[in-house]
Ligand binder design. Structure first.
Ligand SMILES: [Zn+2]
Length: 353
């Protein structure tokens, strides 16, 4: 059950007013250059009471495209039509955003904000994670996290955890992922394995008992019309989840059948060079590939020889596709869902996964 707030929510010292949009700037920490790092929280408070949901984007600074989802979503939600509260944190990691990198470029032992929740130290990421937890996560009944926008590669799936110590949190997270409406859900050991209990969604579920899902749909460096479609999928999917939670009127129907899978296989280059995709971006999470099928190749920009071929190890769906771009060993290229793995199954929309 999601709780229905009766008293207005308060962010810091700012009470949220029913039927309004508010922007709360929350100072978090002071850096060596004397600058103050703040969280900018946008709140839409419904005219009626209801559940509260948080939308958090750009935990990783290189995935800035997801801030567009936050902006487009705010445009679509009218406080007059909303029950409950929507909190939107468009730039969760201002420090990494400022340096254009995935992680915070400090010398700490927790440079990755999305592995720093529950951290007890005073590193930059620990303090940011604590502030996000105090001012956003602890106020809501559900959270959505977006990791789209990596330059040069795109993903196509939505993830939820199946291993939270409170089984009801896992159940509610799956219902959210299903409501998002993609027709497939990655349901794995999110809290205990990857990305783990110190990721935002892992921490929210395990420690705060708040169910959440991660959308990784979308990337940058592709044709504008393709990127626009990914943005649309994310905004509509988020509105679908809000409809599922009872925050807005929504007539979307969840899919009749879903493919539920519990892991992905990375097929990434082991050498540096120019990555040339063969499998087309249009086939993402749609076209089945066969074992041994050529997905892409890496050629040397020095000798122009092909130095590595990337082939599918399984019969599967492709959950990550790159555009042509220069890669170093291990950089992102393909993720495969093994359709014959024990953890992959087709379920009816109303069936437990
Ligand atoms: Zn990310």
């Amino acid at each position: 059950m999601t709780k229905v707030e009766t008293a207005p929510m308060v962010i810091g010292d700012t009470p949220l007013q029913p039927g309004t949009r508010q922007h709360v700037s929350m100072p978090v920490l002071r850096d060596l250059d004397s600058s103050t790092i703040s969280l900018h929280i946008h709140a839409v408070t419904g005219a009626r009471p209801g559940p509260a949901m948080a939308v958090v984007t750009v935990l990783h600074g290189g995935e800035w495209q997801a801030a567009d989802i936050a902006l487009s979503l705010l445009d679509r939600v009218d406080p007059a039509d909303l029950a409950g509260t929507l909190l939107v944190l468009p730039i969760a990691n201002p420090l990494a955003m400022g340096s254009g990198t995935r992680n915070i470029r400090d010398e700490s032992d927790s440079p990755d904000l999305n592995r720093s929740f529950g951290g007890e130290q005073s590193w930059l990421a620990d303090q940011l994670a604590r502030a996000i937890s105090d001012h956003v996560l602890s106020k809501v009944d559900a959270v959505m996290d977006y990791h789209s926008g990596l330059w040069g590669a795109t993903m196509g799936s939505v993830t939820c955890g199946r291993d939270f110590s409170d089984a009801d949190v896992s159940r509610r997270a799956y219902e959210m992922a299903k409501a998002f409406g993609r027709g497939h859900v990655r349901r794995g050991d999110l809290a205990t394995k990857f990305p783990g209990p110190k990721s935002m969604v892992g921490y929210a579920g395990q420690v705060l008992g708040v169910p959440g899902i991660i959308s990784e749909v979308g990337g940058t460096g592709f044709a504008p019309e393709i990127e626009d479609e990914w943005l649309r999928v994310n905004v509509e999917g988020t509105l679908n989840v809000m409809g599922h939670l009872g925050m807005i009127e929504r007539t979307s129907t969840p899919p009749d059948r879903l493919t539920v899978f519990d892991k992905v296989i990375r097929v990434n280059p082991t050498v540096g060079g120019m990555l040339e995709p063969i499998f087309p971006v249009e086939g993402l999470m749609k076209d089945e590939v066969q074992p041994g099928q050529l997905l892409g190749r890496v050629w040397s920009p020095y000798t122009f020889e092909v130095i590595e071929e990337l082939r599918s190890p399984v019969r599967g769906l492709v959950d990550m596709v790159p555009r042509p771009y220069p890669v170093r060993p291990g950089d992102w290229a393909y993720l495969l869902i093994d359709l014959d793995a024990p953890g992959t199954r087709e379920v009816a929309g109303d069936e437990a996964p």
